[in-house]
Ligand binder design. Sequence first.
Ligand code: FAD
Length: 545
Amino acid sequence: MTFDLGDMMRQMLGSATGNGGNSETRKDVVYDAAIVGYGPAGGVMATLLAEKHGLKVCIIDPNLEKRWIPNYGVWLEEWEALDRDLQIGLGDCLERTWEVTDSFFGGSNGVPPGERCRIKRAYGRVSRDKMQANLKARLSSAGVAKIRGRVDPKTVEHSTEGTSLRLDDGERIDCRLLVDCSGHKSELVVRSGVDNPGVQIAYGAEVEVLDGHAPYDENAMLFMDYRTDYVAKTEISADELRELDEVPTFLYAMPLGKSPNGRRKIFFEETSLVARPPISFDLCKERLDRRLKHHGITVAKVLDEEFCYIPMGGAMPKLNQRVVAFGGAAALVHAATGYMQVRMLAAAGGVARAIASELTKEGHPGASEAAARRAYQALWPAKARLQRDFHVFGGEFLMAQHAPILRGFFDGFFRLPLPLWAGFLSGYPNLPHNELHQDWQGRLGFGFQFFLKLPPLVQLQLMKAGVLNGWRYGLIRSVSPLASGEEAKDLRFADEAESIRAAAIAADSSSGAPPALGVASDMDPSDRGSLQEGGTTDEKELVVM
Ligand SMILES: Cc1cc2nc3c(=O)[nH]c(=O)nc-3n(C[C@H](O)[C@H](O)[C@H](O)COP(=O)(O)OP(=O)(O)OC[C@H]3O[C@@H](n4cnc5c(N)ncnc54)[C@H](O)[C@@H]3O)c2cc1C
């Protein structure tokens, strides 16, 4: 492990503004929050805790300077709402925007192949470099200590006061709360149930093209081209032809204007929305090449490539553990779309406030555990978990369908009034139009209206899935009065936090013995929740310890 240079300088010079850049040596420091992982989720959470709440924060990652992988795509309305809400400079991180998005769902269900579905809703591309630079500057001025190293999950230990961990070189870090932002493959978080996610796979290439981008409009973002007519039936074998329908992929593309050499720049991405097992990057790449060739688009130069692997709808983190999961680690990815950034940002303000509300209380002995409990209450309240159940059912449905059914499904989806489909795509509290989906009546109403827009064959598939999987994946609970029972459980979060506090205070003021808190509960291997597949809402989550 090595020290971050900026951090060392601040420690040598002292810092008037920061809360991590003081002259203490690190072994004397107990951080309020140690953030594991410096991806977008870790960067945002560290910024909010330090900059907005004045906590002493460190962020730990073996690759502190690594360039983030994806350039995220977002609906502009959502990004602007988050910019206003969070006030951390998100508005300056967009690289490009488009006023409209186009999709193509023709070739089946009576829709002509050339029919374009134009949506008047602006889309944007977030610049990973601008976002990373923005957060880096904020972390520095808020005095967040950057620590280079990998947290060894086996060394994490909880006590009443907080958590200790060791890095791969053996150095010990002490904190009051561990926030795990180490991504989808987190080894620090205990999950509930069997983790068997679907996976979104995409091969993306930012390229310069020699000629135009027919049939696509250079002023529109291409959201989905689900057509399969780019392959002539005579070109491929019967097996390959069948695979084209049975293993569906679509094209997503962002026209990026002109390069300095005058050539047009475009980001193309061939995407498998969700599949179990995941499809191969090679298949996506091969299809992208064929599709471009079919449209007469000649790539002059590949500027960048992206290999997208996003687990969707896997197991949820247990909500009564001491490690607070956030971002990919917290299953915040939308289980039917693969989007995560806006959902992570929509959750961030509330989670940071919840953590700070406990950690800033004076003389509060149970603060660490109560902070974790409050954080999960903010991150996955019942209303969000029930929405997620709806998405998990949707993701499972989508991964079982062939291309013609998916074309009919999305054609119907985008024929709904914009607020209705937009609310489904956001699918998390605090995002625009989510209010139409956040109670069971809203979701049921959405389901009926959507159903009426669908071609008969798609309706049939959906009914079949509802009957066979509606209970297993939580659909029934999500769209029926059973949801109210689930929501009532949320009250226990606050009760638990209060009882943790009361028990800690009582223990503190009595014999001096440590309070009887369930500090090691999340590490108990026998307590792994139910064996429910798909990571849906788990009743065991909220049992008071
Ligand atoms: C190619 C690609 C494209 C995507 N595009 C979009 C998109 O357009 N829109 C969208 O909303 N979402 C998108 N996603 C999904 C999601 O937003 C990203 O996966 C996102 O990067 C997850 O952010 P995160 O901060 O949770 O985790 P990550 O970005 O994965 O960061 C985790 C960090 O934790 C560190 N780490 C891991 N283990 C440890 C440890 N033990 N100790 C210390 N550090 C550790 C890693 O080094 C890493 O830096 C995309 C994902 C991929 C892969």
